[in-house]
Write a protein of this length. Sequence first.
Length: 411
Amino acid sequence: MTGVYSLLPEGRHGLLAPPGGGEDVDGYLAVGGYAPLVAPDRLLDRIAATGLRGRGGAGFPAAVKLRAVRDAPGPRVVVANGEEGEPGSVKDRWLLRHRPHVVLDGVRLAAAMTGAERGFVYLSDDRAEQAVRQALAESAPEVRIDVVRTQHTYVAGEETAVVRAVNGGPALPTAKPPRPFESGVGGAPTLVANVETLARVAVMYSRPDEADSVAGAHLVTLSGAGAAGAALAEVPAGTHLKVLADLCGHGTATAVVLGGMFGGLYGEGWTDLPLDHDGLKEAGGALGCGALHFLHPEDCPVGVAAEATAYLAAQSARQCGVCVSGTGALAATLTAAAHGEAGHDSVDKLRRWSQQLPGRGACGLLDAAARIVGSLLAHFPDRIDAHRRSDCPACAGAAPEDGRRFTVPVP
Ligand code: SF4
């Protein structure tokens, strides 16, 4: 099943309405958009009370980031980050294409809460850019907002890469500190916030009675191999993954890749997992950007993991030596294992690397590769053994290496 779906309770306002439709400024004003913000600190306190977490992947509390920029010496900047690097995620491009005003309203509100004088919308998608430029021409926001176009790569949406690109440099991560809230665009304290996060702030402001449910809901991209398609859905936090698999025609899946590639693979027991940051973390995974890719009995988890790590190795920005050698070694060893050609100590090496490499790169790409491998070893030891014996029930030893299975079209 392809398309756009809401699983929010009847009458609740979300980000996918009107489903599949666009919005113009009159329609957005009619639902309470762009209302004057008279008490920025009160809105910030409300955001903190709801526990809204960033939707870019890390799940950092939104109010903490807002306050860090507000409390830094001005001038300040807000960047709406619409560059979703995970190939299996489409939510940010969909939002920018179909709900540009709710994103721009979020930028305006974030600027008011932080005292920022400049705003940017950072994106790589043609149709998103057209929609945002048209919305800017219609709405004349109180704060100056410019569009910055970037390349679509795995690392271009990492917050320091965003700052570097907006400053005119390459969209590549830099070492931290300083973090953007300390020194960002033009050296100014900068809030880099995901476009879904900002859109949720805008809806929370226009629908204060629904603030808790708006803050708790998630946009998720659902995909899997085979005939069933991909779907974009808005769901309450805690929705079981089985419900989401059923929604998009992948109810017979045997495993799932979590968080784009960032959350790793999960096998037996995946149907009971809840969709929220803490629940997935507790289970050893990660929600990341909210993209889920379902695996069926005919999908080999070793082949899928090899494809994911090969994709990540190819996407490495090649700035950190440990990432170049680490992702390369993970991908090469796993690909050899998928082809039944790995050495006798390959599993020990993969286990050791998956434990030693996380946290050693300047961005999360190396962590994602290590998590894919670690989770494969934890959940599918029998399949790795099957590949050693060259009798994997699901594959003939061929592991695709271009990441194509994870690429999802925007509905
Ligand atoms: S960890 Fe890898 S992808 Fe990230 S900045 Fe370093 S080299 Fe680039």
